[in-house]
Design a protein. Structure first.
Length: 165
C-alpha cells in the first residue's frame, strides 16, 4: 500500500503514516484523493485514532467530531479502513473509497458481501441481519494480499443496523 496524495496541498501527511496530537498535519475531516500504482485511486479522510487500531482495521466514524470506533456488530454510521496503526492521541488517514486492504476473518471469500463481526475492527462474509457494511464488497479471499487481510472494493461504506441483510 503505497498510496500517494495526488492533490496539490502543502504539508499533507503521507497516507500510511500516523501523527501525534502535536503534529496534526491537516484539519480533521479533510478528504483527499490518492493513488497507488497497483491499487488505483481512492479517497481518504483524516480522523482521530483509537486504541487497538492496526493497519486494515475497519472503523465507524463520527463526522461531527471525527472520532473513530472499531467496527462492531450493530454499529451505525460511515465506515472507513485504517491506513496506519493510528491509536489514541494520534491522527491518520482512513480509506473511504477505492480498493482497500482490510482485516477479515478466516474463511472470508472473494466477491462476498461484508459484515461486521464480534471481532472489533474485522469483517466476515457470514450473513448477520443488521450488520452488513453497505457499499463494500470483497475483492479477494482472506490471505490476499497477506495473512488476515483481504482486498475490498469500497465506495463510502456505511452501516445502518437495518434488518435487511
Amino acid at each position: 500500500m503505497a498510496y500517494t496524495v495526488t492533490e496539490t496541498t502543502i504539508g499533507v501527511q503521507p497516507i500510511a503514516i500516523d501523527e501525534t496530537t502535536a503534529n496534526q498535519a491537516v484539519a480533521l475531516g479533510t478528504i483527499v484523493q490518492a493513488s497507488d500504482p497497483d491499487l488505483g485511486s481512492g479517497e481518504f479522510i483524516y480522523l482521530k485514532g483509537l486504541a487497538s487500531t492496526v493497519v486494515g482495521s475497519w472503523v465507524t466514524y463520527n463526522s461531527s467530531d471525527n472520532t473513530t470506533t472499531l467496527l462492531a456488530a450493530n454499529a451505525i454510521g460511515p465506515v472507513a479502513v485504517a491506513m496506519s496503526p493510528c491509536v489514541a492521541n494520534e491522527f491518520g488517514w482512513y480509506q473511504i473509497s477505492g480498493k482497500a486492504v482490510g482485516l477479515a476473518l478466516a474463511g472470508f471469500a472473494d466477491n462476498a458481501n461484508v459484515y461486521a463481526t464480534a471481532t472489533a475492527g474485522s469483517v466476515d462474509d457470514a450473513v448477520v441481519a443488521g450488520d452488513r457494511v453497505k457499499l463494500a464488497k470483497g475483492a479477494s479471499a482472506v490471505g490476499t494480499p497477506s495473512a488476515g487481510l483481504a482486498y475490498f472494493e469500497i465506495q463510502r461504506p456505511f452501516m445502518d443496523d437495518g434488518a435487511a441483510a
